[in-house]
Write a protein that binds this ligand. Structure first.
Ligand code: CP
Length: 331
């Protein structure tokens, strides 16, 4: 694997089938969960730079732990708080607030590190800018080393890979009587407009995996980019969408078409016990952090149906499997 920006980075000449590639990598991740130190020598004398332009708890810590399990040194740099303000526009006249161009900074970081991992959030002001993924693409262009997304303007691949691992793990522990699980991505209320990246990415990965009946439910006006959702059933009636669900992925996102807006935070979209009763005793997932009793109720989060802690724990094994593949490709 040369980089990890989207699900498409799993495709290789030896494994061109994306669904099979996801399953192969998920097996490796679960093998690391069973035996975390088995590849301790793989990353010896290697270093990863974790660059944060935005806050994080899970991504930062799980990727550090994953790197250490592979024998790599991980150095965290909170660029937003501790670094020079970076300029990403080509040809910019830097007479404003930015101090250093990515064209100058990224190659230097590429000399310090064997892998660079980057978190950047969208501005939610201009869809074309955000969906161009300029920040991540400029790092890829100038760093000269493999780049891993720790969440970008439009996607969160380490989270989505984790989500599939978690579903697979749960299916192994609790087999269904039917062949394919029903997975529902439901919009949830929030107090402010959030990026679409977790929802986009979850849709992209579940569609690519191809082993679930996938339904997305959201209020009117919240349709996501079809590039990611194509293949899913869209139903704006949440109760209908939840019927017989086996896994419910709860997430808020702002509007995509009329970009970055919050049309509603209608509490009737929050998952409750009554809504869970419509499902096949569904397991409930969320990427976290979660606004309790806004996005998800205490009664759900504190119930046995919630697998959010297991899901967050699996972030380590997803990151470890991805970093290991990159290290093997680099050798
Ligand atoms: N899910 C997730 O990415 O969490 P953090 O923002 O805390 O890293």
């Amino acid at each position: 694997m040369k980089q990890f920006i989207s699900v498409n980075d799993l495709i290789t000449p030896s494994q061109p089938n994306i669904g099979a590639a996801i399953n192969d990598l998920a097996k490796k991740a679960l093998a690391y969960k069973a035996n975390p130190m088995i590849d301790k020598a793989l990353g010896a004398n290697k270093r990863i730079g974790l660059l944060f332009l935005n806050p994080s708890l899970r991504t930062r810590l799980s990727t550090q732990v994953a790197a250490q399990n592979l024998g790599m040194e991980a150095i965290v740099f909170n660029v937003d708080k501790e670094g020079w303000a970076l300029e990403f526009e080509e040809g910019a006249i830097m007479s404003g607030t930015t101090v250093e161009h990515i064209k100058d900074a990224a190659p230097i970081m590429g000399l310090y590190f064997d892998i660079l991992a980057i978190r950047t959030f969208p501005g939610l002001q201009n869809r074309t800018d955000d969906y161009s993924e300029m920040y991540v693409n400029q790092f890829i262009k100038y760093a000269g080393v493999p780049v891993v997304s720790l969440e970008s303007a439009t996607l969160h691949p380490l989270q989505s890979f984790t989500d599939i691992i978690t579903i697979q793990e749960d299916l192994l522990a609790n087999p269904l009587t039917k062949k394919r699980p029903k997975v529902v991505l439901t919009w949830a209320p929030h107090v402010k407009p959030l990026p679409q990246c977790v929802a986009n990415s979850f849709a992209e990965w579940i569609n690519a995996w191809g082993e679930a009946d996938f339904v997305i439910t959201h209020p009117e006006g919240y349709a996501l980019d079809e590039k990611f959702t194509k293949g899913a059933t869209i139903n704006q009636n949440q109760d209908e969408a939840l019927a017989d669900a086996d896994y419910i992925y709860v997430k808020n996102w702002s509007t995509y078409h009329d970009y970055g807006k919050m049309y509603t935070n209608d509490p009737r979209w929050m998952l409750t016990k009554e809504k869970l009763a419509l499902t096949n005793n569904a397991k409930v997932m969320h990427c976290l952090p979660v606004r309790r009793n806004v996005e998800l109720s205490d009664e759900i989060l504190d119930s046995p149906n919630s697998i959010v802690t297991q899901e967050a724990g699996n972030r380590v094994w997803a990151a470890q499997a991805v970093l290991a593949e990159i290290l093997k490709t680099k050798k």
